[in-house]
Design a protein around this ligand. Structure first.
Ligand code: OFO
Length: 173
């Protein structure tokens, strides 16, 4: 059974994962409308992954006899002007999610909820991977600069990849 404090903190994270999914969906739509079909594909997949993260949390709350709350979504507000900014936003957003997960882990420890603490270690590892991937992509983008041919290949190669597959492949984008 979850304490009320842990239940609320988990539902707050549910909302954050859902908002992340919508935010990445908005970035995917921008890329799709602006000729970056590979980047769009990557971000659509990232959006799906965030929804999976949300559902995993909700199922855990239910398993522990808590109430999983379906969040009301904020309309994602994006202001990107180019593909580089998509990945800058991805990185910044992932850093803020990591902070939120760390806070949640801290609440579990304070509440002596070692079961939830254990469950959340999956998210801790996932965040490490996602931040590292976003950083690797940004490094690659820095190398490409304004080289249009490099961008063409980058967009082609990133299609079909996900944050996890980029991390597992040693970041070959
Ligand atoms: Fe939900 O994995 Fe990052 O944000």
């Amino acid at each position: 059974m979850l304490s009320k404090k842990v239940e609320k903190a988990l539902n707050d994270q549910v909302k954050m994962e859902g908002n992340s999914s919508n935010y990445y969906l908005a970035l995917a739509c921008w890329a799709d409308s602006n000729g970056f079909s590979g980047v769009a594909d990557f971000m659509y997949q990232q959006s799906d992954e965030e929804r999976f993260h949300m559902l995993k949390l909700m199922k855990y709350v239910i398993e522990r006899d808590g109430e999983a709350v379906v969040p009301a979504y904020d309309k994602p507000s994006i202001s990107v002007k180019n593909a580089t900014e998509i990945f800058q936003d991805l990185y910044k957003h992932e850093v803020s999610v990591t902070q939120s997960i760390n806070k949640l882990v801290g609440i579990c420890l304070a509440e002596n909820d070692f079961t939830t603490h254990n469950f959340l270690q999956w998210y801790v590892s996932e965040q490490l991977e996602e931040e590292a991937t976003a950083k690797t992509i940004l490094d690659k983008i820095k190398l490409m600069g304004n080289d249009k041919s490099a961008w063409y290949h980058f967009d082609r190669d990133i299609a079909g990849l996900s944050v996890t597959s980029v991390a597992d492949s040693g970041a070959q984008v």
